[in-house]
Design a protein around this ligand. Structure first.
Ligand code: HEC
Length: 159
């Protein structure tokens, strides 16, 4: 019943609000054709060391002033108070959601003073770095740019 409800929402809302994070997410998790997909954990090697390195450069140039070098929210004092974007508290907040939702959030709202200026690839690389700083291990495939594939990767605070 829950599934049907979600799908119903998709049909009603997906056209005018295709880019709204929550709805897109509901559509992706419900699966457009209704086929079940077995989700994988963010702890199963979903980004590469090289992707993390690229992400680290993005953080150092775009995100650091607000989220801090440790990604713990300790940015520059003149910047708006910003949350941690790595480690346990951050992961707990996103637990049960998928990387597509995180990607959409970052891609569409960060940095807040110039939202939408990151490319898809930059947003993904930045997320890979957030995972690396969270001690989530790298693997041998990069975070994919395909939303459906991203929706299949679940965020969890622990392995
Ligand atoms: C000008 C300051 C600023 C910059 C630059 C910035 N952020 Fe943020 N970020 C914020 C603020 C403020 C929030 C909280 C916004 C909210 O909760 O809606 C936030 C929230 C987030 C969140 C969600 C955190 C949570 O608790 O769910 C993520 C992820 C994030 N930012 C990633 C990034 C990344 C990646 C970059 C660099 C590409 C970046 N931000 C650049 C200020 C900034």
């Amino acid at each position: 019943m829950k599934q049907n409800f979600k799908k119903g929402l998709c049909v009603v809302f997906s056209r005018p609000l295709a880019l709204i994070v929550g709805v897109a997410l509901a559509c992706v998790t419900a699966g457009a054709a209704g086929q079940p997909v077995k989700p994988i954990s963010v702890w199963s090697g979903v980004y590469t060391a090289a992707q993390n390195q690229r992400g680290e450069e993005i953080h150092a140039s775009v995100c650091v002033m607000c989220h801090g070098h440790q990604l713990n929210g300790a940015g520059q004092p003149e910047m708006p108070p910003s949350p941690a974007i790595a480690r346990a508290s951050f992961l707990r907040k996103w637990t049960g959601r998928n990387v597509a939702a995180l990607f959409m959030f970052v891609r569409q709202t960060m940095p807040p003073d110039a939202p939408g200026t990151l490319t898809d690839q930059q947003a993904l690389d930045a997320i890979a770095h957030m995972f690396a700083v969270s001690n989530i291990p790298a693997g041998n495939r990069e975070l994919p740019s395909d939303l459906k594939a991203l929706a299949n990767i679940l965020i969890d605070a622990q392995p």
